[in-house]
Design a protein around this ligand. Structure first.
Ligand SMILES: [Zn+2]
Length: 273
């Protein structure tokens, strides 16, 4: 399921391939994924225009159009963004295709169809109306911003990390990774976090997301000391070797190490890696 790092990789792909090129035609192959505007209107807004820049907030990708407005893509469970030329293999589940001169295509591919396609007049207004929390990789995301986001929530930490109104962009896999690297139990209560734990959590949140983007979200390129390398393979803690524990938190299957991630470990000093 695409989370912040995946969507950031899609954004960079769009930047590298599709900016400032005339969209000569548009094919909407799954009109049911189009929100807030009619497919016909969306087509009219895109055809003949160019993308001048991109923005991402959490899991939302905005491709800003020359002349105003933006195409919004949300990747749901199985969304992907592909760029290809005529004669190359097209993705199998194309829901939206934009055609550029010279037989080049940008395609929103989404097998399970939980994604969303929309036209947004104003990106800031959209973010505000959706009450999305701050994006952890945005330049203004400092420790104070993080503290402010945490103060809005009570209860289990993992569930809070998944709440897009607290922080935008974190999903199940990266929430588990951030908690593991912070040494915090998924069910630890936010109110019980010591300031030292909040600071560790802030640093680990940025670190995990930045590293995942830098690795192009290819898990093989991530360090073996990460939980992500083990949760679907040997299911052992890369730190102590114990079998990983499993629980449900925030409604999602959660892996953690019951030795290294404790509810009472909020005050424990943990060395950075
Ligand atoms: Zn462990």
């Amino acid at each position: 399921m695409p989370e912040l790092p995946d969507v950031e990789v899609f954004r960079r792909r769009l930047d590298a391939t599709s900016l400032r090129r005339r969209i000569v035609s548009v094919a909407i192959l799954a009109p049911e994924l189009v929100r807030d505007v009619s497919p016909r209107t969306l087509k009219a807004r895109l055809t003949g225009r160019q993308f001048r820049s991109t923005r991402r907030h959490g899991k939302n990708l905005f491709a800003e159009l020359s002349g105003g407005g933006a195409l919004l893509l949300h990747f749901g469970m199985t969304g992907d963004l592909a760029y290809y030329h005529d004669g190359e293999e097209a993705p199998r589940h194309v829901r939206l295709r934009l055609d550029f001169p010279g037989g080049a295509h940008l395609a929103f591919d989404d097998q399970r169809k939980f994604g969303r396609i929309a036209y947004v007049e104003n990106v800031e207004t959209f973010i505000r109306n959706r009450r999305l929390g701050p994006d952890p990789l945005s330049p203004g995301f400092d420790l104070e911003t993080f503290r402010g986001a945490l103060r809005k929530k009570r209860g289990g930490l993992k569930a809070a990390l998944l709440d897009q109104r607290m922080l935008a962009g974190i999903g199940n896999l990266y929430a588990d990774e951030i908690l593991f690297q912070s040494g915090l139990h998924p069910a630890i209560r936010i109110e019980a976090l010591a300031d030292r734990a909040v600071r560790a959590l802030y640093r680990r949140t940025r670190h995990v997301l930045e590293k995942a983007v830098a690795a192009g979200v290819e898990f093989d390129r991530l360090p073996r000391t990460w939980l992500l390398r083990h949760r679907d393979t040997d299911r052992r803690c890369p730190r102590c070797g114990d079998p990983l524990a499993r629980m449900t938190a925030g409604g999602r299957t959660t892996y953690y190490c019951s030795r290294d991630q404790r509810k009472g470990s909020a005050n424990k000093k943990r060395e950075e890696r």
